[in-house]
Design a protein around this ligand. Sequence first.
Ligand code: DGL
Length: 288
Amino acid sequence: MPPPSPPRLPAPDRPIGVFDSGVGGLSVLREIRRELPGEDLLYVADSAHAPYGDKPSGFIEARCMAITAFLVARDAKAVVVACNTATGAAIGALRREFALPVVGMEPAVKPAAGNTASGVVGVLATRGTLESARFAGLLARFGSGIEVVVQPAHGLVERVEAGDLEGADTRGLVERYVTPLLRRGADTLVLGCTHYPFIVPLIRDLAGPEVTIMDPGPAVAREVRRRLADENLLAPGSQAGSTRFWTSHDTAAAARLMSRLWGAEVEVERLPAPVAAAPWGRFDPDGA
Ligand code: DGL
Protein backbone atom coordinates (compact mmCIF):
# COMPACT_ATOMS: atom_id res chain seq x y z
CA MET A 1 0.00 0.00 0.00
CA PRO A 2 1.41 3.47 -0.83
CA PRO A 3 2.15 5.64 2.22
CA PRO A 4 -0.67 8.04 3.03
CA SER A 5 -0.01 11.52 1.63
CA PRO A 6 0.54 14.21 4.29
CA PRO A 7 -2.59 16.17 5.17
CA ARG A 8 -2.80 19.40 3.19
CA LEU A 9 -2.65 22.67 5.05
CA PRO A 10 -5.95 24.53 5.38
CA ALA A 11 -6.23 26.88 2.40
CA PRO A 12 -5.51 30.17 4.28
CA ASP A 13 -2.22 28.72 5.59
CA ARG A 14 -0.92 27.99 2.11
CA PRO A 15 1.50 30.29 0.25
CA ILE A 16 0.90 32.81 -2.50
CA GLY A 17 2.76 32.08 -5.75
CA VAL A 18 4.25 34.99 -7.68
CA PHE A 19 6.17 34.88 -10.96
CA ASP A 20 7.72 37.00 -13.68
CA SER A 21 9.87 36.51 -16.77
CA GLY A 22 12.76 37.32 -14.46
CA VAL A 23 13.67 39.49 -11.51
CA GLY A 24 11.31 42.37 -12.34
CA GLY A 25 8.43 40.85 -10.41
CA LEU A 26 10.44 41.42 -7.23
CA SER A 27 9.20 45.02 -7.50
CA VAL A 28 5.69 43.59 -7.01
CA LEU A 29 6.74 40.95 -4.48
CA ARG A 30 8.20 43.64 -2.19
CA GLU A 31 4.83 45.45 -2.19
CA ILE A 32 2.97 42.20 -1.46
CA ARG A 33 5.38 41.54 1.42
CA ARG A 34 4.71 45.07 2.74
CA GLU A 35 0.93 44.71 2.39
CA LEU A 36 0.71 41.14 3.67
CA PRO A 37 3.57 40.54 6.14
CA GLY A 38 2.09 37.30 7.46
CA GLU A 39 1.79 35.49 4.12
CA ASP A 40 4.22 32.83 2.92
CA LEU A 41 5.41 33.77 -0.57
CA LEU A 42 6.86 31.69 -3.41
CA TYR A 43 8.62 33.55 -6.22
CA VAL A 44 9.69 32.18 -9.60
CA ALA A 45 12.01 34.16 -11.89
CA ASP A 46 11.96 32.67 -15.40
CA SER A 47 15.24 34.40 -16.21
CA ALA A 48 16.44 31.64 -18.58
CA HIS A 49 13.62 32.72 -20.89
CA ALA A 50 13.66 36.49 -20.30
CA PRO A 51 12.78 38.76 -21.91
CA TYR A 52 9.24 37.67 -22.75
CA GLY A 53 8.50 40.99 -24.44
CA ASP A 54 9.68 40.08 -27.93
CA LYS A 55 8.52 36.45 -27.93
CA PRO A 56 5.37 34.95 -29.45
CA SER A 57 2.39 34.89 -27.13
CA GLY A 58 2.07 31.09 -27.51
CA PHE A 59 5.56 30.70 -26.07
CA ILE A 60 4.77 33.02 -23.16
CA GLU A 61 1.52 31.20 -22.46
CA ALA A 62 3.35 27.85 -22.36
CA ARG A 63 5.88 29.23 -19.87
CA CYS A 64 3.11 30.69 -17.69
CA MET A 65 1.25 27.36 -17.67
CA ALA A 66 4.38 25.43 -16.63
CA ILE A 67 5.29 27.88 -13.86
CA THR A 68 1.74 28.13 -12.53
CA ALA A 69 1.46 24.33 -12.45
CA PHE A 70 4.72 24.28 -10.44
CA LEU A 71 3.36 26.85 -7.96
CA VAL A 72 0.08 24.95 -7.63
CA ALA A 73 2.04 21.75 -7.00
CA ARG A 74 3.79 23.71 -4.20
CA ASP A 75 0.33 24.31 -2.73
CA ALA A 76 -0.17 27.93 -3.80
CA LYS A 77 -3.61 29.24 -2.79
CA ALA A 78 -3.40 32.10 -5.31
CA VAL A 79 -1.07 33.11 -8.11
CA VAL A 80 0.11 36.61 -9.00
CA VAL A 81 1.36 37.17 -12.54
CA ALA A 82 3.88 39.91 -11.68
CA CYS A 83 4.51 40.65 -15.34
CA ASN A 84 2.52 42.86 -17.68
CA THR A 85 3.65 40.96 -20.76
CA ALA A 86 2.67 37.57 -19.33
CA THR A 87 -0.66 38.94 -18.15
CA GLY A 88 -1.41 40.22 -21.65
CA ALA A 89 -0.48 36.91 -23.26
CA ALA A 90 -1.75 34.34 -20.78
CA ILE A 91 -4.09 35.51 -18.02
CA GLY A 92 -7.21 34.18 -19.78
CA ALA A 93 -5.67 30.76 -20.30
CA LEU A 94 -4.40 30.61 -16.70
CA ARG A 95 -7.83 31.46 -15.31
CA ARG A 96 -9.47 28.82 -17.51
CA GLU A 97 -6.93 26.15 -16.54
CA PHE A 98 -6.45 26.73 -12.80
CA ALA A 99 -9.22 26.90 -10.21
CA LEU A 100 -7.64 29.45 -7.89
CA PRO A 101 -7.47 33.25 -7.79
CA VAL A 102 -5.07 34.50 -10.49
CA VAL A 103 -4.18 38.19 -10.13
CA GLY A 104 -2.56 39.87 -13.11
CA MET A 105 -1.34 43.34 -13.87
CA GLU A 106 -1.63 45.95 -16.57
CA PRO A 107 -0.13 49.36 -17.28
CA ALA A 108 -1.70 51.96 -14.98
CA VAL A 109 -3.42 53.92 -17.76
CA LYS A 110 -6.57 54.49 -15.70
CA PRO A 111 -4.88 56.15 -12.68
CA ALA A 112 -2.55 58.02 -15.04
CA ALA A 113 -5.55 59.46 -16.89
CA GLY A 114 -6.87 60.69 -13.56
CA ASN A 115 -3.51 62.17 -12.61
CA THR A 116 -2.35 64.04 -15.69
CA ALA A 117 -2.72 67.82 -15.78
CA SER A 118 -1.01 68.27 -19.14
CA GLY A 119 -3.31 65.71 -20.74
CA VAL A 120 -0.32 63.70 -21.99
CA VAL A 121 0.58 60.33 -20.48
CA GLY A 122 3.67 58.34 -21.46
CA VAL A 123 3.65 54.55 -21.24
CA LEU A 124 6.90 52.57 -21.16
CA ALA A 125 6.39 48.85 -21.71
CA THR A 126 7.51 45.88 -23.76
CA ARG A 127 6.38 45.46 -27.34
CA GLY A 128 4.35 42.40 -26.29
CA THR A 129 2.37 44.44 -23.78
CA LEU A 130 1.80 47.38 -26.10
CA GLU A 131 0.61 45.10 -28.92
CA SER A 132 -1.69 43.03 -26.71
CA ALA A 133 -5.48 43.09 -27.05
CA ARG A 134 -5.60 43.78 -23.33
CA PHE A 135 -3.67 47.03 -23.76
CA ALA A 136 -5.87 48.07 -26.69
CA GLY A 137 -8.86 47.52 -24.39
CA LEU A 138 -7.26 49.71 -21.70
CA LEU A 139 -6.73 52.54 -24.18
CA ALA A 140 -10.29 52.24 -25.44
CA ARG A 141 -11.69 52.42 -21.90
CA PHE A 142 -9.47 55.01 -20.27
CA GLY A 143 -7.48 56.76 -23.00
CA SER A 144 -10.17 59.00 -24.46
CA GLY A 145 -9.79 62.69 -23.73
CA ILE A 146 -6.06 62.36 -23.10
CA GLU A 147 -3.08 61.69 -25.32
CA VAL A 148 -1.36 58.41 -24.52
CA VAL A 149 2.13 58.19 -26.01
CA VAL A 150 3.49 54.64 -25.99
CA GLN A 151 7.16 53.71 -26.04
CA PRO A 152 8.40 50.14 -26.41
CA ALA A 153 11.57 50.03 -24.32
CA HIS A 154 13.67 47.35 -26.06
CA GLY A 155 16.67 46.25 -24.06
CA LEU A 156 15.76 47.64 -20.64
CA VAL A 157 14.62 44.28 -19.25
CA GLU A 158 17.99 42.81 -20.30
CA ARG A 159 19.87 45.63 -18.51
CA VAL A 160 17.98 44.94 -15.27
CA GLU A 161 18.47 41.18 -15.66
CA ALA A 162 22.20 41.90 -16.02
CA GLY A 163 22.11 43.88 -12.77
CA ASP A 164 23.01 47.11 -14.57
CA LEU A 165 20.69 49.54 -12.81
CA GLU A 166 22.70 52.72 -13.27
CA GLY A 167 25.50 52.18 -15.80
CA ALA A 168 26.07 54.11 -19.00
CA ASP A 169 24.22 51.59 -21.23
CA THR A 170 21.12 51.61 -19.09
CA ARG A 171 21.22 55.40 -18.74
CA GLY A 172 21.55 55.69 -22.53
CA LEU A 173 18.46 53.54 -23.10
CA VAL A 174 16.45 55.46 -20.51
CA GLU A 175 17.39 58.73 -22.21
CA ARG A 176 16.44 57.36 -25.60
CA TYR A 177 13.01 56.20 -24.44
CA VAL A 178 12.00 58.79 -21.88
CA THR A 179 13.17 62.01 -23.57
CA PRO A 180 10.64 61.80 -26.45
CA LEU A 181 7.81 61.28 -23.95
CA LEU A 182 8.85 64.37 -22.00
CA ARG A 183 9.20 66.37 -25.24
CA ARG A 184 5.62 65.47 -26.13
CA GLY A 185 4.54 67.03 -22.82
CA ALA A 186 3.95 63.93 -20.69
CA ASP A 187 3.63 64.85 -17.00
CA THR A 188 2.79 61.27 -16.01
CA LEU A 189 4.90 58.23 -16.88
CA VAL A 190 3.43 54.75 -16.53
CA LEU A 191 5.90 51.97 -15.80
CA GLY A 192 4.24 49.21 -17.82
CA CYS A 193 6.84 46.56 -17.01
CA THR A 194 7.73 45.29 -13.56
CA HIS A 195 11.46 45.54 -14.27
CA TYR A 196 11.33 49.33 -14.61
CA PRO A 197 10.72 50.30 -10.94
CA PHE A 198 14.34 49.25 -10.36
CA ILE A 199 15.56 52.04 -12.65
CA VAL A 200 13.32 54.78 -11.29
CA PRO A 201 16.34 56.81 -10.07
CA LEU A 202 17.55 57.13 -13.68
CA ILE A 203 14.07 58.02 -14.92
CA ARG A 204 13.65 60.55 -12.11
CA ASP A 205 17.03 62.18 -12.94
CA LEU A 206 15.79 62.79 -16.44
CA ALA A 207 12.17 63.65 -15.75
CA GLY A 208 12.73 65.92 -12.75
CA PRO A 209 10.61 66.20 -9.63
CA GLU A 210 7.38 67.42 -11.26
CA VAL A 211 6.65 64.35 -13.36
CA THR A 212 4.62 61.56 -11.73
CA ILE A 213 6.09 58.08 -12.19
CA MET A 214 3.45 55.40 -11.75
CA ASP A 215 4.57 52.07 -10.33
CA PRO A 216 1.59 49.70 -10.15
CA GLY A 217 3.16 47.42 -7.50
CA PRO A 218 1.30 48.86 -4.48
CA ALA A 219 -2.08 48.69 -6.25
CA VAL A 220 -1.45 45.06 -7.24
CA ALA A 221 -0.58 44.21 -3.64
CA ARG A 222 -3.84 45.78 -2.44
CA GLU A 223 -5.72 43.81 -5.09
CA VAL A 224 -4.10 40.58 -3.86
CA ARG A 225 -5.27 41.40 -0.32
CA ARG A 226 -8.81 42.10 -1.60
CA ARG A 227 -9.00 38.87 -3.57
CA LEU A 228 -7.74 36.78 -0.67
CA ALA A 229 -10.13 38.50 1.75
CA ASP A 230 -13.09 37.91 -0.63
CA GLU A 231 -12.27 34.19 -0.75
CA ASN A 232 -11.50 33.89 2.99
CA LEU A 233 -7.93 33.01 2.11
CA LEU A 234 -5.95 35.56 4.16
CA ALA A 235 -3.35 33.92 6.42
CA PRO A 236 -4.44 33.88 10.04
CA GLY A 237 -2.10 34.88 12.86
CA SER A 238 0.57 37.52 13.13
CA GLN A 239 3.75 35.53 12.49
CA ALA A 240 6.06 36.89 9.79
CA GLY A 241 5.67 34.95 6.54
CA SER A 242 8.48 33.14 4.76
CA THR A 243 9.71 33.86 1.22
CA ARG A 244 11.23 31.27 -1.15
CA PHE A 245 12.81 31.94 -4.51
CA TRP A 246 13.36 29.82 -7.63
CA THR A 247 14.98 30.56 -10.98
CA SER A 248 15.16 28.78 -14.33
CA HIS A 249 18.67 30.26 -14.75
CA ASP A 250 21.96 30.03 -12.89
CA THR A 251 21.24 29.99 -9.14
CA ALA A 252 24.48 31.65 -7.95
CA ALA A 253 24.07 34.62 -10.30
CA ALA A 254 20.36 34.80 -9.47
CA ALA A 255 21.08 34.82 -5.73
CA ARG A 256 23.50 37.74 -6.14
CA LEU A 257 21.11 39.82 -8.20
CA MET A 258 17.94 38.92 -6.33
CA SER A 259 19.56 39.63 -2.94
CA ARG A 260 20.51 43.06 -4.20
CA LEU A 261 17.05 43.84 -5.55
CA TRP A 262 15.27 42.31 -2.55
CA GLY A 263 17.48 44.24 -0.12
CA ALA A 264 18.44 41.18 1.94
CA GLU A 265 20.47 38.01 1.39
CA VAL A 266 18.27 35.35 -0.26
CA GLU A 267 18.81 31.76 -1.33
CA VAL A 268 17.61 30.85 -4.79
CA GLU A 269 16.69 27.31 -5.80
CA ARG A 270 16.80 25.86 -9.29
CA LEU A 271 13.43 25.11 -10.87
CA PRO A 272 13.08 21.39 -11.63
CA ALA A 273 14.41 20.73 -15.15
CA PRO A 274 11.05 19.96 -16.79
CA VAL A 275 9.63 23.25 -15.50
CA ALA A 276 12.75 25.27 -16.34
CA ALA A 277 12.96 24.02 -19.92
CA ALA A 278 9.81 22.20 -20.96
CA PRO A 279 10.25 21.15 -24.60
CA TRP A 280 7.15 23.03 -25.62
CA GLY A 281 8.56 26.04 -23.76
CA ARG A 282 11.80 26.34 -25.74
CA PHE A 283 12.08 29.35 -27.98
CA ASP A 284 13.90 28.96 -31.24
CA PRO A 285 14.04 32.37 -32.92
CA ASP A 286 14.87 30.80 -36.30
CA GLY A 287 12.48 27.90 -36.02
CA ALA A 288 8.79 27.41 -36.57
N1 DGL B 1 8.54 42.22 -16.11
C1 DGL B 1 7.97 41.96 -17.41
C2 DGL B 1 6.76 42.86 -17.64
O1 DGL B 1 6.21 43.37 -16.68
C3 DGL B 1 9.06 42.03 -18.42
C4 DGL B 1 8.68 41.39 -19.67
C5 DGL B 1 9.83 40.82 -20.44
O2 DGL B 1 10.43 39.87 -19.97
O3 DGL B 1 10.06 41.31 -21.55
O4 DGL B 1 6.32 43.08 -18.74
